[in-house]
Design a protein around this ligand. Structure first.
Ligand code: SAH
Length: 363
């Protein structure tokens, strides 16, 4: 039994069942026992590997994307580069290396902001980014400047935000809750129906077909709130953002809540605080929010984006002077990132811009 599991069982005994989003939030970011708060989760030695941890090519493609867009925005200075959920800081380091190579005087006008809740990862980010000698500010919740231009980047950030799940049963939607079994173990159950106005509003704008018995509908209020606040702030200046995550561009019913530990699926109820909990990102409502706020949006698959950004050509150049074994490794990494059998089609890329510019990498 994990320490957090013991505490949550006690809490449920005293206060009743927890909603799934509350459970997910506590498992991931509880100040004492949360997964991100206490663990070095990411990387080959951690529990899961993300795109920037697979290859520097991923960050380089985003670096080139950023420079191109910054130029299309008429090279604003000062310029703020924000990353939400920067993990070990690898992606930001790769982006910066690329940005400063293409725009050497960037050091004079770049400001970095990292939105991060985990003290363990913050320490890692500090170490990795120290050599760039740029001003860095950390924020534990959403931040974007109101007077200066910015670009916000987020890879596998939205999937870590807690979701609620509703199941359609006997003609009604019921919220999934975490409660206790007769033997006092954590179990998932359905709450009795209540009038949930927020749910009905979300459902009515989601353009999904009428539900069938057993269908599951997921809502990520924090992702919606994040995009809504971001779009409002983006409207104030020439700004942009890019989100990469696994999920779907068109809404669908289904259960995508999952726990991962040591690169394998785990039981989310017996690993509280010790496994990564995520859900696929439903980009459809996020795109709808952007549209409603008057923000331009672009979306495609990760594979399509990386190929359009020139990952194959860059991989060829990177490998040109290396051994055939190294070339083989680079080929494998590119395949993992861009091929549809790996991350290429499951992962999606969504870009948002406040002014009429056409970002590279989208058709
Ligand atoms: N972008 C990185 C890490 C992805 S893991 C990469 O691609 O490797 C998710 C990241 O989001 C971690 O840095 C985690 O600590 C952070 N995170 C999770 N929930 C958060 C929240 N609610 N607020 C801020 N950061 C959060």
């Amino acid at each position: 039994m994990t320490p957090l599991q013991t505490r949550l069982i006690r809490q449920i005994q005293e206060e009743g069942p927890l909603s799934l989003d509350r459970y997910m939030q506590l498992c991931l970011t509880d100040p004492e026992d949360g997964y991100y708060t206490t663990k070095q989760a990411i990387g080959r030695q951690g529990d899961f590997v993300t795109a920037p941890e697979i290859s520097q090519l991923f960050g380089e493609m985003l670096g080139i994307w950023l420079v191109d867009l910054w130029q299309k925005m008429a090279c604003p200075r000062p310029f703020h580069l924000i990353e939400a959920g920067p993990g070990r800081g690898t992606l930001m380091a790769d982006i910066l290396r690329c940005f400063l190579k293409l725009v050497p005087d960037g050091k004079n006008f770049l400001h970095l902001h990292l939105i991060e809740k985990s003290p363990v990862l913050k320490k890692k980010q500090k170490e990795i980014l120290a050599s760039f000698n740029l001003p860095i500010k950390w924020h534990s919740a959403f931040f974007a400047p109101k007077k200066d231009s910015f670009i916000l980047v987020a890879n596998e950030f939205l999937d870590a935000l807690p979701i609620k799940q509703f199941q359609f049963q006997e003609g009604r939607w019921h919220e999934k809750m975490i409660g206790l079994s007769e033997t006092e173990e954590l179990i998932i159950g359905l709450a009795p129906t209540r009038n949930n106005d927020a749910l009905f509003e979300v459902l009515s704008t989601s353009k999904l077909p009428p539900p069938k018995e057993g269908d599951i509908f997921e809502v990520c209020a924090q992702a919606r709130h994040f995009i809504s606040t971001l779009c409002k702030t983006m409207k104030l200046t020439k700004s942009a953002s890019i989100f990469i995550d696994y999920g779907h561009l068109k809404g669908a019913y289904g259960d995508t809540f999952q726990a991962i530990t040591n690169h394998k699926f785990a039981n989310p109820l017996t690993t509280a605080g010790e496994a990564d909990l995520t859900a696929h990102v439903d980009f459809a409502p996020l795109i709808a929010i952007a549209k409603e706020k008057g923000i331009h949006n672009f979306a495609t698959t990760q594979g399509d984006f990386l190929i359009k950004m020139g990952i194959l050509e860059r991989a060829g150049r990177l490998g040109a002077s290396l051994s055939s074994q190294k070339q083989q490794e680079i080929r494998k990494d590119v395949e993992r990132l861009a091929h549809e059998d790996h991350m290429g089609s499951l992962f999606k890329v969504m870009a948002l811009t406040s002014n009429k510019v056409f970002p590279h990498g989208f058709s």
